[in-house]
Structures are given as C-alpha cells and as structure tokens.
Ligand binder design. Sequence first.
Ligand SMILES: N[C@@H](CCC(=O)N[C@@H](CS)C(=O)NCC(=O)O)C(=O)O
Length: 312
Amino acid sequence: MNEPILHHYPVSPFAEKVRAMLGFKGIAWKSVVIPMVMPKPDLVALTGGYRRTPVLQIGADVYCDTALIARVLERVAPAPTLFPYGDAFANRAMAHFADSVMFNLAVPIGFQPGGMVKIFLPEATPEFLAGFAKDRAAMRQGGTVRRGPLAECKANLAGLLAPIEGQLGDRPFLLGASASECDFSLYHVLWPIWRVPETRPMLAAFPKVLAFVERVNAFGQGKPQELSSAQAIGIAKRARPEAIRNPQAIETDGLALGETVQVMPVDYALDPVKGELLHCSTDEIAVRRTDPRAGTVVVHFPRFGFQLQRAS
Ligand SMILES: N[C@@H](CCC(=O)N[C@@H](CS)C(=O)NCC(=O)O)C(=O)O
C-alpha cells in the first residue's frame, strides 16, 4: 500500500490533530507542506476544489476532513485504536464540540498578533498577515461560522476549562485510560493556547488539562518524510483509486450513483468539488474526478458536515 501523505502546514491546529494521531499510531508518513492561503493549485489538483487543511492522500484516494481522516488512519493502522470505547456517542459529541465550537474560541486567542504566527512564521511580513486575514474572511463568506470578539472567546473558553478538568477527573484521557479520537480534538484546540507563552497561563489553574495537553503532545508526530507537492501529484497519477467495497446511495435526494454531483462543506470554505458519485452512505461521500495532472482520483468526505447536490 502507498504510504499516507499528509498535505498540511505546521501552524494548522487541525493538521496538528492528525500529526498527533500519526504519532499515537506510530505511522510512517509523507509530509507535503501546502500554502496557508489560496491559491493552492497543487492541493486543488488532488481535491478538485476543497482547500481546507489538512488533506490525507493514499495513492489516488484523497480524504478530506479530519473526522474522516481519523477513520482512515484507523484502517491503515488499527492498533493502538482511536476508538477504545467503541463508536460511542460521547466520543463523537466531544470531538465535534471541540472541532467546531472550541476551535472558533481558541483560534482568536492563540492567533493574536505575537501568538502562533509569530512562533511558526517569525519572518511573516505585514503584507502576508494582511493577506492571511483577507483570505480567511473570504473563506468564511456565505458560511455559518461566527468569530466572536476576543473577550467573549476568552470568557467562553475559560468557562469550559473547569468542566474539562472535571471530565478528566482521575482519568488521563477524556473517556478513560486510553486515548480516543475526541482527545485529539480537544488537544488540537488547546494546542495554540498552550503553545503561546502569553496565553499558556490561561491553563495554569487547571493542572489536569495542562497535563492532558502535554500527554497528547508527547505522542509525537510519527515518522514524517518530506515530499514535494509535484511528487504527491505524480504518486496519484501513477496509482489507481481503491475499489469501493460496498457502494451505497443513502438519502441522496434522487441522485444516483454515476451521476455528476458536487460536494462541499456546510459551514465554511464553500468550494464545491464536482465528480461522479461513487458512494454515499451515512458515513461517507466519495466522488471520482479526473484532473489533467493528478489523473483519476477519488475524493472522499465525511457525510456529516458536507452537502451533496446535483452539479450546477
Ligand atoms: N472540519 C475540518 C476543518 C479544517 C480547518 O478548518 N482547517 C483550517 C486550518 S486549521 C483551514 O482549513 N484553514 C484554511 C486553510 O488552511 O486554507 C477538518 O476537520 O478537517
């Protein structure tokens, strides 16, 4: 099997979630560093339009969104499992709450001037920072995500730390003695706050939370090996997508397998990916598309958080 290729950039919290999962599982992987802002021509050659970070590629299969990437990594390396307590509702609920609600509280705090960007991109010019802010504003256009003012984010996040401390109790991880998917979601949203010396004191009154972040961080990042985006495209071109074992068409609103459809997130970065519908279950949507450089690829999305439409 082709080695997993992670398309990501260092300062991305969602990428950190997957890097920590790769570390937890001890997986060898290839690292393609992608641009932080649009345009991302090499990434889009693989995804067909999806621009968010990270994206996982295995040969000619392209997996979008960390909720799906977690399930794919579980297939690639079943042990240690990311689901030690089964496919529990508590795991899904906490992972989703951290990834959606807490992410939007943590980013304004950790990405204040002098924060994460200064640590990871000390050379960033004022022009780059202005371009970054403009890119993110455009990405959220038409979406459903509200970024509150800093004071509100700080208050809401601080208000969650006590219940998280309580949830951890005498457990090393949210659900018990072993790490679950939801632990990586909580980790990556606290990571920017923990990483920035000016904001780390927010965690000081919560020793269990602090120890938790350090515990997940200590999993490391697996064994990455650098790869260029051109090499990743070449790997896709030479590979053939995996056959879909049990193709389904569940609640497609009349769309049949084989039809040309478009898939895009429901919340932000509303860039449609067009392709031939191969699979639409309650868990996953997969479309096949052909790109002049990447060849025929299958792009996979989680069903939750993505919308399926007839191609316009
Ligand atoms: N639900 C997505 C969210 C991913 C996400 O929002 N990632 C941020 C970076 S941490 C992003 O895509 N920012 C815009 C970009 O990188 O172009 C996931 O789980 O992968």
